[in-house]
Ligand binder design. Structure first.
Ligand code: ADP
Ligand code: MG
Length: 286
């Protein structure tokens, strides 16, 4: 039986996603975040993230998606509750381990430094020897298709290429858990679709666990193995939808199952955007 306070459902007509596959990578228990100005950004949230999941936080603006991601990353402290990383309780104030990397909404590249220097930054900060760093930076640039652009400066790159550089910087330490806050939201639709596919390829080839934030229902349904629908005032989890797509790609995007699941999730998000829905009482319109 599911002991979670929020409802858990499967995205009909797709088959059930079943129990979480791998070992738990992040376990958040009773997380509450109230900012110093009194904003209740997050009501108690319980969330377990398993190894190998592509988990997406989806919901209207202001429902606490970034707050939850920042808590998972250890960038901010919860007001109540606790997080465990890889089975170990996270000590208050602990820095994120190298196994975890964060990709922000904007590429946040140093404008005065080359792409290579930007991607190298986490290794420089970690005191990695030069020769090993060179190899890791080259591999990371190649991974995102920027091997010919290492000498360029961020201003010389398109928005999509800047985001690729930001992903290369995140992956250069070979993390296993990648947190991404609306990484492709500022890009045009064509670039975004291409980066979605590149991200799926990285997820597979690097066996990553990904926690992804987006406003886009289609992007969430396209990418995720599990969608967590959040609602505002206070931010909380309303529903979870397991997505068991046979394989991602153009056929999945064009399939009736994809359209049906997008419609289903839209109904959930609309519900989430409406007035107060008591926790665990979210309902999907028939
Ligand atoms: P989302 O990412 O879903 O848009 P956020 O996590 O950014 O939501 O914000 C959740 C709520 O907390 C919003 O009402 C937002 O205004 C508020 N908030 C976010 N950060 C802060 C902060 N540092 N101080 C005060 N309120 C904040
Ligand atoms: Mg946000």
């Amino acid at each position: 039986m599911d002991a979670r306070p929020h409802a858990r459902r499967e995205g009909a007509p797709l088959t059930a996603s079943g129990p979480l596959a791998g070992p738990i990578v992040v376990s958040a228990q009773g997380l509450v975040k109230t900012y110093p100005n009194g904003t209740a950004a997050l009501a108690p949230v319980d969330l377990d993230i398993a190894d190998g999941e592509f988990l997406t936080l989806l919901g209207p603006s202001g429902c606490g998606k970034t707050t939850l991601l920042n808590l998972v990353a250890g960038l901010i402290e919860p007001t109540q509750g606790a997080i465990a990383w890889w089975g170990e309780p996270r000590p208050p104030g602990a820095n994120a381990p190298h196994r975890l990397a964060y990709v922000f909404q904007s590429p946040t590249l140093m404008p005065w430094a080359s792409v290579t220097a930007n991607v190298r930054l986490p290794l420089t900060l970690a005191g990695e020897p030069d020769a090993r760093a060179d190899v890791a930076v080259a591999a990371s640039l190649e991974l995102v298709g920027l091997e010919a652009f290492g000498d360029r400066y961020p201003r010389e790159l398109s928005g999509g290429m800047q985001m690729r550089a930001s992903i290369a910087r995140a992956l250069v330490t070979r993390p296993t858990l990648l947190l991404m806050d609306e990484p492709f939201g500022a890009l045009d639709e064509f670039t975004r679709a291409r980066l979605d596919d590149e991200l799926l390829e990285l997820w597979r080839s690097r066996a990553l666990t990904i926690v992804f934030v987006t406003h886009s229902i289609a992007e969430a349904v396209y990418l995720s193995t599990r969608i967590v629908v959040m609602g505002p005032r206070p931010g909380r989890i309303l529903e979870e939808v397991g997505v068991n797509a046979p394989q991602r790609g153009d056929r999945w995007r064009a399939s009736p199952a994809f359209a049906a699941l997008c419609a289903d999730v839209l109904a959930l998000v609309r519900n989430a955007g409406q007035a107060e829905v008591p926790r665990g009482k979210a309902r999907v319109p028939a």
